[in-house]
Design a protein around this ligand. Structure first.
Ligand SMILES: [Fe+2]
Length: 512
């Protein structure tokens, strides 16, 4: 039976009058109203992991928080029982114009995370939200709903980010993203890393070895969320997240771990279930039917974001070019492929943005990566030929994974120069993974590849993110890079390059 905790309206209004408060002092306790249940106390300082929002709709958005007074411990330091959490969303930062409010139950079975799928909001509007337990008030988050279907907007701003290995540095890139005033952040995979760091690591993960159990993955997610720059980025805009390999296990594919011959202490199916459960608990997502993670979000008639899941349904990575070319191999599985194709053709949007995890453009012959779309060539060709029919308006692929920026023109046959360009791909760099770059070494290795492969238009290995701005005429993508991730101290973020895609003209038209 679901527990419910009716909250006396008077008490809630009183809490609503509190000015935005950050965190309560540690160790305090506060009374929680529990309706017909007796008053119980809960630990103080529960909002250590901040707030987040995600998956914006024209009339709604998912709000998230987790109660965790001691986030790096099993259970987050919470008692093993449900706790009532009040939430409130307002059109102003001081909560004078409250729009919606309610009570949600944080349960131990979900690590006391809460997801509130608020509806009844206005389209293309900025809101502020917070959570309250007793006299403890969370940080205030800012979010934004999507524009209405069939209407503008004149422009849409977004960021893409990926690959934030805790061990490799500090999340300084998020500092300037907070000021970018984006409509959404698309996170394209490797939100956490399961891997153990090397000897040059800058920060340690909690726990020895890799995570295997639900508790291991929960602690890993909690640890990442204690980073103040990441927390600030979540509080600044709605995120639209997608999963990649390190969120579970390096290079996993469908039912298979990277190397099925290695016997791990936990069977892969159980490990994957634990990792995905912790992931969905900790991120502000709205899952599709059957818990699926591929989903579509519309932004008026200007853009549609098609969010792929290129891990859960894929064939195992091939070992040879012959195997990589087999038509039966799939990156997405059949149902997701037809969902994508139908959605691309029918979106009605000016820009069809595809949130993708692994590089779609062919890498140089000498450096084939069969974990990327290079290992799933028949499906790639089928998809790119479909884009070449003109059935899809302005397809643009947004990707992570490479720990470097790669800007490419996509063509059905990358080996044929007369194969038409059908789309552009922007592979964003990492937030931290790989650490501070060896810039000269990267260009020594990869500049000859750019010269040999006309579809590869630009490559760079500095840390940072991509900032996109779509209008009816063009899509502009700026590469934003930081000076260093070695220190949490302030660093400079600069625009290293700017790219354009024009409406009605596939591929990248300008780089500077
Ligand atoms: Fe990565």
């Amino acid at each position: 039976m679901p527990l419910s905790y009716p909250v006396p309206r008077r008490r809630f209004l009183a809490a609503g009058l509190l000015a935005p408060v950050l965190l309560s002092a540690d160790g305090r306790t506060s009374a929680v109203p529990t309706g017909q249940f007796r008053r119980r106390t809960v630990p103080g300082g529960m909002f250590t992991l901040g707030v987040a929002s995600g998956d914006p709709l024209p009339d709604g958005v998912v709000l998230w928080t987790r109660l965790a007074p001691r986030p790096l411990e099993p259970g987050g330091g919470m008692p093993d029982r449900p706790v009532a959490v009040r939430w409130e969303i307002a059109s102003d930062e001081r909560f004078r114009r409250s729009v919606r409010r309610g009570v949600v139950t944080a349960r131990p079975t979900a690590a006391h995370t809460v997801h509130v799928d608020v509806r009844g909001l206005r389209p293309a509007a900025t809101y502020h939200y917070r959570f309250v337990v007793g006299d403890q008030v969370s940080a205030v988050g800012r979010t934004r709903t999507a524009p209405e279907p069939g209407r503008g907007p004149a422009r849409l701003r977004f960021a893409t980010a990926s690959c934030q290995n805790w061990q490799d540095g500090f999340y300084t890139a998020y500092r300037s993203m907070v000021d970018d005033d984006v409509d959404f952040v698309a996170f394209l995979g490797d939100y956490i890393y399961e891997a153990v760091g090397g000897p040059t690591r800058l920060r340690d993960h909690i726990g020895a070895g890799q995570p295997y159990t639900l508790e291991d993955y929960r602690i890993r997610h909690a640890q990442y969320r204690t980073d103040p720059d990441l927390a600030a980025a979540h509080a600044a805009a709605p995120w639209i997240v997608s999963i990649d390999d390190h969120d579970v296990d390096d290079n996993w594919a469908g039912e298979w771990p990277a190397d099925p011959r290695v016997r791990e202490k936990v069977p892969f199916a159980a490990r994957k279930a634990a990792a995905i459960r912790a992931y969905t608990e900790h991120l502000p997502m709205r899952l599709g039917p059957g818990g699926r993670m591929y989903r579509r979000l519309g932004f008026g008639d200007l853009a549609t974001l098609h969010v792929l899941d290129t891990r859960s349904y894929r064939s195992m990575q091939p070992r040879s070019l012959r195997a990589a070319s087999r038509p039966a191999r799939t990156m997405t599985g059949r149902p997701q492929e037809s969902w994508l194709v139908r959605g691309l053709a029918g979106s009605g949007a000016r820009w069809n943005l595809i949130a993708n995890q692994v590089m779609m453009a062919a890498a140089d012959r000498g450096r084939r990566n069969f974990d990327s779309w290079d290992g799933y060539r028949a499906q790639r060709r089928r998809l790119l030929e479909f884009l070449g029919t003109g059935a899809v308006r302005n397809p643009v692929v947004l990707t992570g994974d490479q720990h470097a920026t790669w800007v490419s023109d996509l063509r059905p046959d990358f080996d044929a120069v007369d194969s038409p360009v059908v789309a552009a791909e922007f592979v964003g760099t990492s937030i931290t993974s790989g650490g501070d770059p060896d810039i000269a070494g990267f260009h020594r290795e990869h500049d000859p590849e750019l010269a040999r492969n006309p579809h590869l238009r630009y490559a760079d290995n500095r840390r940072g993110y991509l900032l996109g701005e779509a209008t009816r005429e063009e899509l502009t993508v700026r590469l934003r890079v930081v000076d260093t991730v070695r220190s949490p101290a302030p660093t400079t973020t600069r625009t290293a390059a700017t790219f354009q895609v024009a409406d009605g003209r596939p591929g990248v038209i300008g780089t500077d």
